[in-house]
Design a protein around this ligand. Structure first.
Ligand code: ATP
Ligand code: MG
Length: 331
């Protein structure tokens, strides 16, 4: 997985899967890809799915597997930091596709990472090129949301959906990294990292390294501290205020003070409340009501509405739930 040359690299790069075998949790995709590669029948491909699930790593491992030392001459890789407007499609990509490789045989590969950032005009221009050079070049488009790719391109590609990684796979890889890097890890800390990252392996490795660098050890509390998330005790306190405090303003003041002092973002509090409400034993109507409101607040936060207003909205949701419960009981 990692060699000695990698000693100074960020762990994310150091432990980036280098072969198909290193890619975790995406077994079906890897098996299909291997079949394509071994039978020399790689199609145009569209990789999509949430961040940190191995899309870029998989195509890089695939390119290495297909071309070995010829990789540089056979692969054109463009990502978000490269300009990929219509001119690049018309010139750079077209030149690469149409040029003859003297000593190499087989199809070439164009990797368009973060393809959802390409303009529709550039995507339109790509349609024709993909068809024209199909005998010599394959394309791999990578993005988070498939619907950001125009339907005409989608239909030219075999689609692969990368799902969030399995908890068990993440845990094993994090344990390997921690052992190799000599990181003291408390037993439950990995569980916390995995919960906070929601299947995003990049985020897991990043939290492991940054927590280790800043605190020297990885425990539940150093993980919460470093990611700016409330600890379990703090979450209990927040939920206590939300459910038990009858006075709106005093609840607001307490939460606002804690948020400011501890630097919490409302979205992180919201995610943890959501998890706790889901698993809490409470009446169905209250649970449904709260979950709906949490979704609304999350939506508002995503579109840039004020934290303070949404904090009020959150408190209001719990106050309203209590009112509903009282009414229910009176009926
Ligand atoms: N399936 C996986 N198996 C092993 N490691 C993984 C996997 N997915 C991600 N990683 C780790 O996370 C890092 C980022 O992975 P990668 O760049 O492949 O993600 P991505 O799916 O392309 O994400 P994005 O959509 O944000 O570009 C890698 O360097 C690797 O360490
Ligand atoms: Mg990527």
């Amino acid at each position: 997985m990692a060699s000695d040359d990698d000693a100074n690299l960020m762990w994310l790069e150091k432990y980036r899967p280098k072969t198909f075998e290193d890619v975790l949790s995406q077994r079906d995709i890897i098996v299909t890809m291997l079949r394509f590669v071994n039978s020399n029948s790689v199609p145009h491909m569209l990789f999509y799915g949430p961040p940190g699930t191995g899309k870029t790593s998989t195509i890089l491992a695939c390119a290495k597997h297909m071309y070995g030392t010829n990789l540089k001459s056979m692969v054109l890789e463009l990502n978000a930091s490269d300009d990929r407007g219509i001119d690049v499609v018309r010139n750079e990509i077209k030149d690469f596709c149409s040029s003859q490789r003297v000593f190499s045989t087989g199809v070439k590969l164009v990797i368009l990472d973060e393809a959802d950032a390409m303009t529709s005009a550039a995507q339109m221009a790509l349609r024709r090129i993909m068809e024209k050079y199909t005998s010599s070049t394959r394309f791999c488009l990578i993005c988070n949301y498939a619907n950001k790719i125009i339907p005409a391109l989608q239909s030219r590609c075999t689609r692969f959906r990368f799902g969030p990684l399995k908890e068990e796979d993440i845990r094993l890889r994090l344990e390997q990294i921690a052992e190799k890097e000599g990181v003291p890890v408390e037993k439950d800390a990995l569980k916390t990292i995995i919960q906070l990252s929601q299947g995003d392996m990049r985020s897991c490795i990043h939290i492991l390294q940054s927590t280790f660098l800043s605190s020297g050890k990885v425990t539940c509390s150093t993980v919460y501290e470093n990611t700016g998330n409330p600890s379990n005790e703090e979450m209990e306190q927040i939920l206590h205020w939300l459910t038990e405090e009858d006075e709106f303003v005093s609840c607001y003041e307490k939460l606002k003070k804690m948020k400011a002092e501890r630097g919490f973002a409302l979205i992180d509090i919201l995610r943890q409340i959501h998890k706790r409400i889901l698993s809490r034993n409470m009446c169905r109507r209250s649970k449904t009501y709260l979950l709906e409101r949490l979704a609304e607040i999350e939506h508002q936060l995503a579109f840039g509405c004020s934290e303070q207003l949404n904090l009020c909205s959150l408190i209001g949701a719990f106050q309203m739930m209590k009112t509903l419960e009282v009414l229910d009981a009176a009926l």
